[in-house]
Design a protein around this ligand. Structure first.
Ligand code: ADP
Ligand code: MG
Length: 453
């Protein structure tokens, strides 16, 4: 009896501890907003900051952009080649899309192999769609990694993220590498007209039909955001007359003024870029499953969950629990949690007791709720930066499976806006934005073509 009381107490205490370390209170959100603003200011002025605040060399769409383009999308789960038509009246047609899985060998091999692979995909796509290889055609390249651009179609990779490590690419101009690879296989008709971050593509695509959209956000494998900044405020950069706006790619995944738990420290230490991308490692789809996994591994070690040897093996394996698994588990509202059962028993774990199932779902919710609250804090920071009294409506165009598919994610974000802004919270409207990397990139190529010379 006394042992039982003791375990129950240890269990309750530990669960409370987890609840505490994963909570983000309204007051903490307010501190995050203050820190975000200070990092944004430093980043725009060229001082050391966890927010790079990269100029994108484009503004939002006017809705009149027109033409046929090939768009490439590298930086997510798949590499995609997309043919896009813009009709100049806000209408867009995706004429064709091919998806290619990027093998680990390309992500982690040499840059040359990676770009040769990309060039061959483009060639295969064009041949498959009967797009002539001798007629001039403009290419929009969505490359979703931190790039220091020098114009709309040139820029150097600052650092790889999201598991990519291909050698010989950091510090190089991405457009030059792509052009070299294309030329090697005889493709001469394609001109890279725009190098685009997916975040910027998302904002531009949404603003093509929705003029009050002024923040683009990615919540998928990674996380990032952008917004239009007054050129006069981009103090570190003096390339253009200080009139009008330019979209700033914040690279907010790297924001690091955050309370990190011991589990986050483990994940960070095991990552290819320790100390970097702290916000991304607490928010994005690439990491949520891993966070839950290391917490469960600890719960197993403390004998508080899944008392079966094979559970230890399952939760000791990197990557064995995916964000999709969490998403399915949280979507399961049945009492017996068949989804947990399905996930766990697939890995031959026996003796699955109800308490363990409930605890897994409970901890999953702590991890996903923290992600949503941190995303909301970051969005609130950007909106307040542009509109300190939240007088206007701001549509936030959000792309990514985490936002689109995670049960209750949007509601958890909106709770934060209500805590902060009460009735004014309705001025922040989060909407799913599609095709930033295809349509958005094509629009940017069209904007660039219309302002050339
Ligand atoms: P990407 O960011 O790679 O362009 P997505 O926006 O589709 O592509 O995001 C993929 C990521 O979203 C995956 O890495 C995964 O973590 C997460 N994800 C995939 N399916 C789901 C789901 N059903 N619920 C929540 N998150 C998901
Ligand atoms: Mg994407």
């Amino acid at each position: 009896m006394s042992t039982k009381t003791k375990t129950t107490t240890a269990y309750d205490e530990f669960v409370s501890y987890l609840e505490k370390i994963f909570a983000v209170s309204t007051d903490e959100v307010k501190v995050i907003i203050k820190d975000f603003h200070s990092e944004m200011q430093k980043g725009l002025s060229g001082f050391e900051s966890s927010l790079k605040m990269l100029p994108s060399f484009t503004d939002r769409a006017k809705g009149i952009e027109k033409g046929k383009f090939i768009a490439l999308d590298l930086g997510g789960t798949n590499f995609r080649v997309i043919a896009v038509d813009l009709d100049g009246k806000g209408g867009t047609t995706i004429v064709g899309v091919n998806k290619y899985v990027i093998d680990k060998q390309y992500m982690e091999g040499s840059g040359e192999q990676l770009f040769d692979f990309i060039a061959n995909c483009i060639k295969g796509f064009m041949e498959g769609k009967n797009i002539p290889l001798d007629k001039k055609l403009e290419l929009a390249f969505t490359f979703s990694f931190p790039v220091e651009q020098t114009n709309v179609a040139a820029g150097k990779l600052l650092t790889w993220t999201k598991g990519f490590t291909a050698s010989g690419v950091v510090g190089e101009d991405i457009v030059v590498l792509l052009n070299e690879a294309l030329r090697k296989i005889g493709i001469k008709n394609l001109k890279v007209a725009a190098l685009v971050n997916d975040t910027v593509g998302t904002l531009v695509a949404k603003s093509y039909t929705e003029p009050s959209c002024d923040v683009g956000v990615i919540l998928g494998t990674g996380t990032n955001a952008c917004y239009p900044e007054k050129i006069i405020n981009i103090r570190k950069w003096r390339g253009m007359p200080p009139k009008g706006n330019m979209i700033i790619n914040m690279e907010w995944g790297n924001f690091d003024k955050l309370f990190v738990s011991p589990y986050d420290k483990d994940i960070d230490a095991a990552s290819p870029n320790p100390g970097k991308h702290r916000l991304e490692k607490m928010v994005s789809g690439m990491f949520l499953g891993e966070i839950l996994r290391v917490v469960v591994r600890d719960l197993i070690k403390r004998d508080l969950i899944f008392k079966d040897e094979s559970a230890t093996n399952l939760f000791s394996k990197n990557g064995s629990l995916k964000t999709e698994n969490m998403s399915n588990i949280e979507a399961d509202t049945s009492d017996n949690l068949g989804e947990v059962e399905a996930f766990i028993s697939k890995h031959n774990v026996k003796n699955i007791d109800q308490n363990s199932k409930d605890l897994l779902k409970h901890v999953s919710k702590l991890v996903s709720k923290r992600s949503a609250r941190l995303s909301a804090a970051a969005i609130a920071s950007v909106v307040l930066w542009m509109d300190p009294e939240l007088k206007n409506k701001h549509v936030i165009g959000i792309d990514g499976s985490l936002f689109e598919k995670y049960p209750g994610y949007k509601d958890m974000m909106e709770e934060v806006f209500i805590e902060l802004f009460k009735t004014h919270a309705k001025n922040i409207v989060c909407e799913h934005a599609r095709d930033g990397s295809g349509v958005g990139a094509a629009i940017i190529a069209a904007i660039a073509a219309s302002t050339e010379g």
